[in-house]
Design a protein around this ligand. Structure first.
Ligand code: BG6
Length: 503
């Protein structure tokens, strides 16, 4: 018998802005990522107030999924995906976010994409907002800091639930909503833009324009919008199931000093439970007022907000997991690096990816158990993977054993968690085909089973090629997670297939 339940949703996850390209095609409006330039691990991405002609913005072409989704989805079907997580780019449906009429071409595009998934036996899981606010709303209203966005979002989501009724049943409201608990959330999560051109990720120095009051207020607006969307989804189609999505932070204390232990608890609360509780329990946690007091934040709530939150609880809980996190109260402890949260200490027991993210499969088991104990609703891992530079051999093959090792070890820990009693629905790894990195804007940081000939400077002919991990994951899907064996035994067999796919 498989360690994973029948119907387990194996698959991959993408975000529109990181794969589609066609950034102004068929009536689409500008969205926030369209004004964020490419960067690297050492050079932070620049957020610009307008588009600078002649400069490189990776979302503008990305990997051209907009024109190639049929071939790409066929590859996912060939691997045996049961589920594909994608996002709808709001500005393809409502180009400015508040247009009187929706953009029919955008609606048709996503309908065709969902139909294509079904043809390939793939269940769509759709994120309604994955760092993709219409830029016009960021400019005009200061993004989610303005309550006005609640109604605009609800209108957009109702249209999606109605248009795609019967085609999509699994939804996520906001990607990594808890990124708003950190400065990274300003631009990506809330569309709160810097007053002038500024870096996206360089938080080693204090970000002058970061305003916690504004961020936490924006987060409250998103909570209310999410709860209203959950309610609407159920009303429009009782078969709809809606989830929250949290950037998980499995937090360890650096030492057993009580101060470190308390700090770890505090970080776990702020980073995971603050948002998880509102979504899954329908109310802010009891310690929230003290947190607001300590931060000097006061949340402006309208009468009825608490009831909306209570009535808009999610059906399942999804999260991204890339790494665990270690915290210390000792300033002399060496610092580590992270994606959304930047106050890690270096964990001496773990290895790190080339981009400095701690590799910790057991942290995934810890997190699954912790969240299931707390919320008792089905969980789903909707992002996990290894960002790594790949080498294309002369014969076109790509031997990415490091990526297979990373995923195999995480899948093994998921099996342990299922054995522990966790109700786990599925696993959609991040970036099944190479896409633009959200954090650094690079192509070099690749996650995919499918390689894309596209590079940091925008060059490349966009051809696709299967990596070794493609064949490994195919086996995982076919055997419902039973066959996780070392791919090295498979090299000889698969090499022939690893040449570029003809287009
Ligand atoms: C998550 C985001 O934080 O991490 C994705 O939801 C992102 O959009 C992923 O791509 C990996 O991060 P990065 O910076 O390596 O692309």
């Amino acid at each position: 018998m498989s360690k994973f339940p029948d119907g387990f949703l194996w698959g991959g996850a993408l975000a529109a802005n990181q794969c589609e390209g066609a950034y102004l095609e068929d009536g689409k409006g500008l969205s926030v990522p369209d004004v964020i330039k490419g960067g690297t691990m050492d050079t932070p991405r620049m957020v610009t107030t307008t588009i600078h002609e002649g400069e490189y913005y990776p979302s503008h072409e990305a990997i051209d999924f907009y024109h190639r989704y049929k071939e790409d989805i066929a590859l996912f079907g060939e691997m045996g995906f049961k589920c594909l997580r994608v996002s709808i780019n709001w500005s393809r449906i409502f180009p400015t976010g508040e247009d009187e009429e929706p953009n029919q071409a955008g609606i048709d595009f996503y309908r065709s994409m969902f139909e294509e998934m079904h043809k390939n036996g793939i269940e769509p899981l759709v994120t309604l907002s994955h760092y993709e606010l219409p830029f016009a709303l960021a400019k005009k209203y200061g993004g989610w800091s303005n309550r006005k966005l609640i109604d605009l979002f609800v209108r957009y989501t109702k249209l999606c639930f109605t248009e795609y009724k019967g085609l999509v049943k699994l939804w996520i409201t906001f990607n990594e909503i808890n990124c708003l608990c950190a400065p990274f959330g300003n631009v990506m999560g809330a569309g709160i833009m810097p007053p002038e051109d500024n870096t996206l990720l360089d938080f080693s120095v204090k970000v002058e324009w970061d305003d916690e009051q504004r961020r936490y207020q924006a987060l409250h607006h998103q909570f209310v919008a999410s709860a209203l969307a959950v309610k609407a989804a159920h009303e429009i189609d009782p078969e709809n199931k809606v989830a929250c999505m949290i950037a998980s932070r499995a937090v360890y204390p650096y030492s057993c000093r009580p101060e470190d232990v308390l700090l770890a608890q505090k970080m776990e609360r702020i980073c995971n439970h603050y948002c998880g509780d509102v979504h899954a329990r329908g109310a802010y946690p009891s310690w929230a007022p003290r947190l607001w007091e300590e931060k000097g934040v006061s949340i402006d709530m309208e009468p009825g907000d608490e009831q909306i939150l209570a009535e808009g609880k999610v059906d399942f809980y999804t999260f991204s997991y890339y790494k665990s996190s270690t915290v210390s109260t000792d300033p002399t402890v060496e610092a580590g690096t992270g994606n959304v949260f930047y106050d890690d200490a270096l964990n001496p027991y773990l290895k790190f990816s080339d981009w400095g993210w701690a590799i910790d499969p057991k942290g995934l088991r810890w997190y699954l158990n912790d969240m299931y104990d707390r919320y008792q609703i089905p969980l789903m891992v909707v992002e996990n993977g290894l960002g790594a530079a790949d080498t294309v051999e002369e014969d076109g093959s790509i031997h990415d054993d490091y990526r297979i090792d990373y995923m195999r070890e995480h899948v093994e820990q998921m099996a342990e968690a299922v054995h522990d009693g966790v109700d786990l629905m599925g696993y959609t790894m991040w970036g099944p085909i190479d896409i633009v990195s959200a954090g650094t804007g690079e192509m070099k940081k690749r996650y995919g089973f499918v390689y894309v000939d596209k590079h940091n400077d925008g060059s490349g002919d966009l051809r696709r090629a299967k990596k070794d991990s493609f064949f490994w994951f195919k086996k995982v899907c076919e055997t419902n997670g039973e066959e996780l064996q070392d791919p090295s035994s498979a090299h000889g067999v698969i090499r022939d297939s690893c040449v570029y796919l003809a287009r």
